[in-house]
Design a protein around this ligand. Structure first.
Ligand SMILES: [Zn+2]
Length: 498
């Protein structure tokens, strides 16, 4: 079986064939930086991280771009909330940039806590105003857009394919969308490419006067610049299908005359009592609130336990249940590991269970079904626990299954804590810079590899008689419930606190 992806554009699962051989161009709509992230953001970015990781595992060369919207009504609103009064355009630009920076950092910390890979590029809207103006100018020249008193609108009636993604006719659009009363528009669904700005809003010079771009044009400009005319994958939450993605298609295809995106992927909502979780309904949980109650790895595992397109119901109880499940896997692997000597681990390093890996691949090839793969992992750890009582006669099978489970967890991006490395000895080749250590020590959940890195560095500090820094690492690990013990042969043993 080869990878199949559900494409919102066709409404069915399709074989995945990138346009340019092995290279995949993937664009995901990023956040508008005006507040802390909530669980809905975590779901979207975890879903696309899963897709990114699996495509990379399949040896695709993925170019992953996720934008940052750093100019928007919501950011301006936030600035006015914090700094009431009039500031003028230049000062507003500065204040908006401060707010954006603050929440971009907050977003990055949350994503790192969830062990999400960083995209290859994170372009910012305010750094692409020139590119946007160029596209808008040409859309006007081609007759797709019109100017009204400093604003520029896209005329949806000029683009005959309008509605092909969301499959809405104009009546359904009326029902589905909030139509702002804007008498400047020729059709209520025409959307703004450029908005004239008041003297108290951040603004840029344009052929139509001072103003700022509309939200939709940002993604068309940034994806074109960083990935090219036709994207293989464009993703976001289901709430972006209409109008945001529909509008992106209209602008981009009208501008280039070429197909914009080949596979549209949308993740499902998070619901609370079957109602959508969203900021406007004020029923959302920020990740920072949730991290106070649960380790990030529990939240990550909960998110991956449901297929990315299905609605995901939220409650503390459901996250606790997912965490219990993850701990069951971790404990089983630790139990199995007790029997395996370091020498055997080394000897059978690359040993895998081919049949198990095939089952994993079949599940993931079916539109990235992480829920199914987690089911397979549960079955396998149960099998492992039953085999381990007769370790000697099943040694190779046990090690192969264990190695494969760890590989699967790695591809899913699940953070797990198991007592894999019992001894760490000084490894001169793999000593990291202090800056990298600082980064590792900022993580909220540690993986085995992080523990190894820190213990290795601690051995270096000890050798150099820098006991202050060596103790800093020991205390940090202790706070993470990891006990360490130095052996007489200058190695360090570690284990999880009971
Ligand atoms: Zn977008």
């Amino acid at each position: 079986m080869s990878l199949k992806i559900f494409n919102t554009l066709s409404g069915k699962k399709e074989d995945f064939v990138p346009l340019n051989g092995n290279t995949v161009f993937m664009y995901v709509c990023g956040i508008t930086v005006y507040d802390d992230c909530h669980l809905g953001h975590a779901r979207a970015y975890t879903s696309f991280d899963l897709i990114y990781r699996y495509l990379s595992y399949l040896n695709y060369d993925v170019n992953y771009v996720r934008n940052v919207t750093d100019v928007d009504d919501k950011i301006i609103g936030r600035v006015h909330e914090i700094y009431p009064g009039k500031h003028g355009s230049d000062k507003m630009k500065e204040l908006c940039s401060d707010i954006s920076e603050k929440y971009y950092n907050s977003f990055q910390n949350d994503m790192a806590a969830l062990n999400l890979s960083e995209p290859d590029k994170e372009p910012r809207a305010t750094k692409h105003i020139g590119e946007m103006i160029k596209i808008i100018k040409e859309l006007i020249d081609k007759g797709y857009a019109y100017v009204k008193e400093g604003d520029v609108f896209f005329s949806i009636n000029k683009f005959s394919d309008y509605g092909k993604l969301s499959k809405r006719n104009s009546e359904q659009m009326m029902v589905g969308a909030r139509v702002a009363q804007n008498t400047k528009k020729e059709d209520p669904f025409d959307f703004a490419l450029w908005k004239s700005a008041s003297s108290d809003e951040p603004s840029w010079k344009s052929p139509w006067g001072e103003g700022r771009p509309g939200w939709h044009i940002e993604c068309s400009a940034m994806s074109l610049k960083h990935l090219g005319v036709t994207l293989d994958i464009h993703g976001g939450g289901q709430d972006l299908i209409f109008p945001h993605h529909e509008n992106e298609i209209a602008q981009s295809e009208a501008y280039t005359g070429k197909p914009f995106t080949r596979y549209w992927i949308h993740n499902g909502f998070i619901t609370i009592n079957r109602e959508k979780m969203s900021k406007s309904l004020k029923n959302f949980k920020t990740l920072k609130e949730l991290f106070e109650k649960f380790p990030p790895r529990a939240i990550k595992f909960y998110l991956l336990s449901t297929h990315y397109r299905s609605p995901l119901d939220f409650s503390d109880h459901l996250i606790s249940a997912a965490f219990e499940g993850l701990k069951r896997i971790e404990n089983a692997l630790m139990e199995v590991n007790k029997n395996i000597s370091n020498m055997e681990n080394e000897k059978y390093k690359g040993l895998e269970d081919i049949e198990l890996m095939d089952r994993f691949k079949n599940a993931m090839d079916d539109d990235f079904n992480s829920a199914k793969t987690i089911g397979i992992i549960f079955e396998t750890v149960t099998e492992l626990l039953s085999l381990v009582s007769s370790y000697e006669s099943n040694k190779e099978k046990i090690i192969a299954l264990k190695n494969t489970v760890l590989k699967m967890l790695g591809i899913l991006g699940v953070i797990y804590m198991i007592n894999m490395v019992r001894k760490v000895c000084l490894d001169e080749k793999n000593i990291l810079l202090d800056e990298d250590i600082t980064k590792t020590m900022q993580k909220r959940d540690l993986e085995n590899i992080d523990i190894e890195i820190l213990l290795n560095k601690r051995l270096v500090y000890k050798r150099n008689k820098d006991f202050k820094n060596a103790d800093l690492i020991r205390d940090f690990l202790s706070k993470k419930n990891i006990v360490i013990r130095d052996t007489l042969s200058n190695e360090t043993e570690w284990s999880l606190k009971k």
